[in-house]
Design a protein around this ligand. Structure first.
Ligand code: SAH
Length: 286
């Protein structure tokens, strides 16, 4: 069932139309900028639906490309603020988004812009981005103390990255812990590589991060110091990693773990978020 509004505009989910759009302007998709455009209406709808938009929502979209996803977001939200790095795409966007008066186009690099100046709070973030900037974007919007985090993030990421982010014990990893400290991640659906043009080498997944609520954000510095120490050698036992990484004796590390109902021989992958929070709460320098 397709819930997206009907297109009166050029259908940007058609591979032929997208190819023509770029061909007429002598533009080739840029690999270095991760330009793989969504040419599946089903996938465009799935991303839009995952953002749970209502008419008073403000959306920050990173990497609008040809404006295919932007159009769907703009039909549902009050306002869409888009940030695109590629100057050539800005020219395309001026045309494909000409009929929308609730879209703001910004030419810039998301990793260099100060998000504080971009969005009134609250807002939602939506992005289909090159894979190599997904982690820096998550870091920028979730971990940075100066940035007001979005209420919700919907991201198209490599399938394996999505699975890593949503991991549970006994398969935890530092990326999962880092994201889950701030947000509840969920895989919404998998997207096959033929939903994109040009076709990438890997399958993708749509993930939604619900930000805030659950965790106390206090002392994130100590929390991440402990988690990083715990995962410093993932195959090693916690006792070794924590005593070395936190600069404490083996005896102190052992008592600290036992106090938190953890076995010194356990490995970091087997701990859940609450275990790390408990460790941070009970850490004493002596
Ligand atoms: N949203 C479109 C396009 C995805 S391709 C779709 O889903 O089909 C990824 C887009 O991100 C490209 O348009 C690329 O130029 C843009 N991009 C890449 N790096 C960026 C950065 N650092 N800041 C902003 N946009 C970026």
């Amino acid at each position: 069932m397709l819930t997206c509004a009907k297109m009166s505009l050029m259908d940007l989910s058609s591979k032929k139309n997208v190819k023509n759009l770029l061909f007429e302007r002598k533009i080739r998709p840029k690999k270095a900028l991760g330009q793989n455009f969504l040419i599946s209406r089903r996938a465009l709808c799935a991303v839009t639906k995952a953002a749970e938009l209502s008419s008073d929502d403000i959306v920050l979209e990173i990497g609008p490309g040809i404006g295919n996803l932007t159009q769907e977001l703009a039909k549902k939200a009050e306002k869409v603020i888009t940030i695109e790095k590629d100057k050539e795409m800005i020219g395309v966007l001026r045309e494909t988004l000409a009929d929308f008066n609730n879209v703001e186009l910004i030419h810039g690099d998301i990793l260099k812009l100060d998000p504080k100046n971009l969005t009134p709070s609250p807002y939602k973030l939506v992005a289909n981005l090159p894979y190599y900037i997904v982690a820096p974007v998550i870091r920028k919007f979730l971990e940075s103390a100066e940035v007001q985090p979005p209420r919700l993030m919907v991201l198209m990421v490599q399938k394996e990255v999505a699975q890593r982010i949503c991991s549970r014990p006994p398969d935890m990893n530092l990326l999962a812990i880092s994201v889950q400290f701030y947000a509840e991640p969920k895989i919404i659906s998998y997207v096959p590589k033929n939903a994109f043009w040009p076709q990438p080498k890997v399958d993708s997944a749509i993930i939604r991060l619900r930000v805030g609520g659950r965790k106390c954000r206090a002392d994130s510095g100590l929390f991440f110091r402990i988690a990083r120490a715990g995962f410093s050698h993932p195959r090693k036992q916690l006792l070794n990693n924590l005593s070395q990484g936190m600069n404490i004796s083996r005896e102190t590390a052992k008592n600290w773990l036992l106090k938190n109902a953890l076995r010194p021989t356990q490995r970091a992958e087997t701990l859940n978020l609450q275990d790390w929070l408990n460790l941070a709460k009970s850490f004493k320098i002596n």
